[in-house]
Design a protein around this ligand. Sequence first.
Ligand SMILES: [Zn+2]
Length: 285
Amino acid sequence: MKIKNNYQTSPCIICVALTGSVPRKKHNKNIPISINEQIESAHECFEEGATIAHCHVRNNDESISFSPDKFFKLKEGLRKFCHGMVIQFSTGGRYSLGKERGKMLSIKPDMASLSVGSNNFPNSVYSNPPELIDWLIEEMNKYKIKPEIEIFDLSHLFKAAELYKDNKITGSPYIQFVMGIKNAMPADKSVFNFYIKKIDKLFKEASWCAAGIGKYQYKINEWCIKKGGHTRTGMEDNIRLNKNMLAPSNASLVKLTANICKINKRPIANWKQTRQILGLPLKFN
Ligand SMILES: [Zn+2]
């Protein structure tokens, strides 16, 4: 008889990465760019089961923005129309090397992404110097923001463990592996398994998820759901519903992920469960 894996009964968090910094309307006209489009898209995704909104903001010409005003408006709209949804701001910076990437943290989202090392992207270096990482963590601690630790390479996982050991990252860490970016970590199953095993060794307790980029999104969703992790979808990472069709919306991608949960009998975490898993308060502003 097959031993039942506890993970099968534990709720799975679905995060939706709504917009990102790269895709434009010319790539898929359905990608939400304006704050209103983002709020509407997040609301549809929330109804389909996504309980974390990973957020970037854009200028009117679709270029990336770090404007605290825009982040403020986005947070306000998400609180109003997606009550309970966890709001996660990106401090990722393909286009900025400095503290500009964290100046919206004073708006106090529930979470923020935190890259803890550098690596290559398809056409550039993704630079995260140690002093910037330290500053971002200090800001997140100051405003009681939970980091989502981004792992783009093996050394990043060990850096995260060091930050955890030094008490710079407090509470139970939430770790995300990003797989399938050209010139960075491949979407390789044995590497994935190795990372998950390593988490158990390096952290007393931690939750984890993974994001698959482009055509790897669905596959990585499956790996996470089957292995008891949490998961991420959305048009930041992948603009296609399948090989032949562009995604009509972020919600259509969330539906796909929710369906993988259903097939594998993983319940989908509602917003209260999500906040409990992440150690976030059930009352917030
Ligand atoms: Zn992002």
